[in-house]
Design a protein around this ligand. Structure first.
Ligand code: ADP
Ligand code: MG
Length: 498
């Protein structure tokens, strides 16, 4: 039976939504968190495992130092305190993709705790998300259910399990309950995860590719009568890995829970699963922490990062994406809105790379947000995927700046580059597109045009300066657009004055 839903606007009018996000990021270390199996995406099933990955008797774990370093990098970037000493814990549960019957995680001693992340919303306002902790853990393997619809376990006749992902290092970032976002809760959540994704990339701790599940969010939602009421009962929707999905799950849960509460019902504390149609469906009734029988992992010593090491890592942190955005906005002289368009178009990195090869921010932006954005739209692809590099755009702009191409010719050269004809210089050569800057060649064309239009020449001499346009047009036509129109006009005026 379909869920009853309340209209979204009405729901956020009547209730105060509270959300909580648990974001998992897979770290890009060379090996797994507790053993030496390679940490690479995909591969022949069960080819990237050691006895430790699958918890064979007697196999012992060892902590991956790089994994700890990356967790500290993330913690510091989120303004967290870093534990002087912290232990791993066993989170006990049975699932076929977890061969050890427990996940090595951290419970009451996370490596990083109490931070915050400021995120920017579409309208340019900022919202601060309070962060409770960031802890280290490992990923599970992957079950594949065969025979049912959509790869679901329901109706499947058998299941396969691949342990290649078992033991891949994860950092889980747990927010405090996020209050005060009101109707903007879905937007705050997706902006938060997007900002985290950008930070993971900037830190170099993960490729953070959402489509590969490198970043996944568990989305908690509850409603309460008013901002001063105690928190309501939450649901947790697992493993959402698109920004749209995060937004959609929160909207849906707000509408669904509002309908239940308005009818005098109670919301069940449960795990839910996001569906392709944007709804959520109940999964298991949520376990309490007690059910996991967390206890300290006896096979691993505590992790005690020295303060010197933590400071060293702090010093090595790159500029954070938000700060970089602010800096580039200044440097390029863009308005807030222009910068937001650049970011939303996914053009920031491309424009930056272009400027590093020479052109000004404004010139680089003009190409990527103008002609190239049009091309990408036409070809239904992204700017990133267009077959042109920032270096090539820089070369093109240099040809314009040097007066060798007009804007119009430059666009034709760009066509050639996009068509795979090589670098701008090669296209200019092959297509013979360079501006005719040689005055003698232009003068010949001007003289020819004046001779062919004696009446026009007379008009110009008689003071009708606008008439020069016809001669300029004739010269442009004769040179197939490869003349600089301003220079042609100057030559026409010089000629008639003689
Ligand atoms: P669990 O391990 O059961 O998932 P956590 O303590 O890790 O529980 O919390 C899950 C997330 O839900 C956290 O981000 C937390 O801030 C958030 N949260 C806790 N209570 C609520 C609530 N009533 N409504 C919305 N989010 C909540
Ligand atoms: Mg959880």
């Amino acid at each position: 039976m379909a869920d009853e839903l309340m209209d979204y606007d009405e729901a956020v009018e009547r209730f105060d939504p509270v959300i909580g996000l648990e974001v998992h990021v897979e770290l890009g270390t060379a090996t797994k968190m507790f053993d030496a199996a390679p940490n690479t995406f995909g591969g022949e099933p069960n080819s990237r495992v050691t006895p430790t990955s699958v918890g064979l008797p007697g196999a012992l774990p060892v902590v991956n130092k790089k994994g700890v370093e990356y967790a500290i990098r993330i913690g510091l970037a989120l303004g967290c305190s870093i534990a002087e000493s912290c232990r791993f814990a066993r989170k006990n549960y049975f699932y076929p993709d977890l061969a050890k019957d427990f996940q090595t995680s951290q419970s009451d001693e996370p490596i990083a705790y109490e931070g915050a992340l400021e995120v920017e919303l579409e309208d340019g306002s900022f919202f601060t998300v309070p962060i409770e902790r960031a802890h280290m853990e490992e990923d599970a393997g992957k079950n594949t259910h065969i025979g049912g619809a959509d790869g679901r376990i329901e109706g499947a006749d058998h299941s396969l399990v691949d342990y290649n992902r078992a033991g891949v290092p994860l950092v889980e970032i747990v927010s405090h309950p996020i209050i005060g976002a009101g109707a903007k809760a879905p937007e705050v959540a997706s902006a938060y995860v997007r900002t985290l994704r950008d930070i993971f990339r900037a830190l170099g701790v993960s490729e953070a590719r959402m489509e590969r599940g490198n970043v996944r969010a568990d989305v908690n939602v509850s409603l309460r009568e008013s901002p001063d009421a105690p928190l309501g009962t939450r649901t947790e929707t697992k493993n959402v890995n698109t920004f749209r999905g995060i937004d959609g799950v929160i909207r849906y849960e707000i509408q669904r829970q509002a309908a239940i509460l308005a009818a005098g019902g109670t919301v069940l504390q449960e795990t839910r699963h996001g569906q392709a149609d944007g709804t959520t469906k109940p999964g298991r009734v949520k376990s309490d922490a007690d059910d996991y029988r967390y206890f300290p992992e006896p096979d691993l010593v505590p992790v005690a990062p020295s303060r010197e090491w933590v400071e060293e890592i702090r010093q090595s942190l790159p500029e954070m994406p938000a700060a970089k955005r602010r800096r580039l906005k200044e440097e390029w002289g863009l308005a807030d809105e222009e910068m937001r368009d650049v970011v939303n178009a996914g053009a920031l990195e491309l424009i930056e790379a272009t400027t590093l090869a020479g052109p000004s921010g404004q010139a680089a932006r003009k190409w990527w947000m103008g002609e190239l954005a049009r091309k990408a739209k036409e070809q239904e692809t992204s700017l990133e995927e267009l077959p042109v590099t920032p270096e090539q755009v820089a070369q093109l702009q240099k040809l314009v700046d040097d007066g060798r191409l007009t804007d119009k010719l430059a666009r034709q050269v760009l066509e050639g580059v996009l068509a795979g004809e090589g670098d701008p210089e090669a296209v200019v050569e092959a297509r013979g597109l360079e501006v005719v800057s040689d005055d003698s060649a232009l003068l010949a064309a001007v003289d020819e045009a004046l001779a062919a239009n004696p009446d026009v020449a007379d008009k110009i001499r008689g003071g009708k300066v606008q008439a020069a346009g016809a001669i300029v047009g004739a010269v442009m036509k004769a040179t197939k657009g490869q003349a600089d129109a301003r220079r042609v006009r100057e030559l026409v005026m010089e000629r008639v004055a003689q």
